[in-house]
Design a protein around this ligand. Structure first.
Ligand code: NZQ
Ligand code: ZN
Length: 396
């Protein structure tokens, strides 16, 4: 296991109906002028918006709204948010939504102090280390883990780039996780969010660092949590415990718990970010399509042991031949995504062969997948994986 620092100062307020008693005190620590950031309107439909406006009015807050944050949030929307914060001298940002809203709010928070445009800030990537306005979040979709980490992913559709940026200052101060706020998440987004949680776990699980029983055991437990509870949430959207388990798994899958102490770059995320950058598809769906193909592509004498462990501990596969067991685990992963209603080929989400090579080259340019991934992948490898996603697959 590698050396690491684990410091995740986000104050998590998990559970039912905490906002009315706690939100005002949380915000008052930072000031009275609040930027209320949200997406395309789901919080207006489910009543959360009205509840928040009442609570904020009762607390004497001045509320400035940044609405219409897109899935795959755009750099122009971040610029709009920064301008609002400067014009109204905002004290604290309250982001209410999924990963897109929270990510946009994080970069608005840092952009407030940044002299250049939001896109210049994003281009600084992990070298950015400036200050940010305080951020409080109310999570409404279990998926990205953005509620408990310092990263944000912003899209520039003009240049077909979707890039991550992050700094300690962008970590949410407080995140309210009420599983009831995810009851209205539609089946497609519930499945996509679950695929995203699983992918965060896979990206950290399949790494070369030895001796990481804690991280791998926690990951396997969280993977089983997601594969158990996603179907329940799809069948019964208001099953509190299913939604609660997905929500907490979302946060724990990407807050450093399973990734710290292991080195190496991720694989499916850089490949997926290009699909979103060029075709604006749902992040979790792109990951679900790529994952089994990537697993199968990197299966070798060197990796088969880890895939057999995965098949056994996550899917309960007792087959003794390592390669057969590994293939069965990959098939189980594919079948799981399909059973959740996720389209499992690129053409089904509107992607054909045309830009596969360009996207593969960009994936390699924008990440260290070629040098530091579990199995390093060249642009040719990435193109082959994309091509494999054009048709249905079978592994056993
Ligand atoms: O915009 P609204 O109207 O709120 O609707 C959203 C949106 O259409 C809807 N939704 C959210 N909560 C809902 C709801 N609908 C009904 N009821 C609710 N309670 O769901 C749709 C998708 O929302 P979005 O925020 O885009 O989804 P998600 O949380 O999956 O976020 C995806 C973004 O996060 C990035 C992705 O790349 C993508 O841009 N990621 C961020 C990461 C991070 N910060 O750590 C890591 C991830 O790997 C990921 O890259
Ligand atoms: Zn993700």
């Amino acid at each position: 296991m590698d050396n690491f620092r684990f410091y995740v100062p986000t104050d998590i307020r998990f559970g039912k109906n905490r906002l009315s008693d706690e939100l005002a005190d949380v915000l008052n620590v930072y000031g009275k002028t609040v930027l209320l950031a949200y997406g395309g309107g789901s919080i207006k439909k489910n009543g959360l918006y009205d509840q928040l406006l009442q609570l904020l009015a009762a607390n004497g807050n001045k509320v400035v709204e940044l609405s219409g944050i897109e899935p795959n949030p755009r750099t122009e929307t971040v610029d709009r948010g920064v301008a609002l914060c400067r014009e109204h001298q905002v004290d604290v940002i309250l982001a209410v939504g999924g990963g897109s809203t929270i990510d946009c709010a994080k970069v608005v928070a840092a952009g407030f102090y940044f002299e250049k445009s939001a896109w210049d800030l994003v281009l600084a990537r992990r070298t950015f280390n400036g200050p940010a306005l305080p951020l409080v979040t109310i999570l409404t979709l279990a998926a990205t883990g953005s509620e408990m980490n310092s990263g944000a992913v912003i899209s520039n559709l003009t240049t077909n780039q979707k890039l991550g940026v992050g700094a300690p200052s962008m970590m949410p101060k407080v995140s309210f996780l009420d599983p009831q706020n995810t009851y209205t998440v539609p089946p497609y987004q519930t499945a996509a969010g679950s695929a995203d949680i699983l992918s965060h776990l896979f990206e950290n699980y399949f790494k070369a660092t030895e001796g990481t029983d804690v991280q791998d055991g926690v990951s396997e437990g969280l993977m089983k949590t997601v594969t158990k509870n996603c179907p329940i949430a799809l069948e019964t959207p208001e099953d509190y415990d299913a939604r609660a388990n997905l929500m907490w798994a979302s946060s724990l899958a990407l807050n450093g718990l399973t990734g710290n102490g292991k080195s190496g770059a991720w694989s499916c995320h850089p490949m997926e970010h290009e699909l979103s950058a060029f075709y604006d598809i749902t992040h979790g769906v792109g990951l679900a399509i790529l994952t089994p193909r990537w697993m199968n592509y990197i299966l070798s004498d060197k990796t088969v042991g880890k895939f057999q462990q995965f098949a056994q501990n996550v899917w309960g596969i007792t087959e003794e031949d390592p390669f057969t067991a590994a293939k069965m685990g990959i098939q189980a992963t594919y079948d799981f995504f399909k059973s959740c209603g996720i389209p499992m080929t690129l053409p089904e989400v509107g992607i054909d062969e045309e830009k596969l090579t360009v996207m593969a080259e960009q994936a390699v340019t924008h990440s260290t997948i070629e040098t530091a991934a579990y199995v390093p992948l060249t642009a040719e490898d990435v193109t082959a994986i994309y091509k494999d996603c054009l048709t249905e697959s079978s592994y056993i």
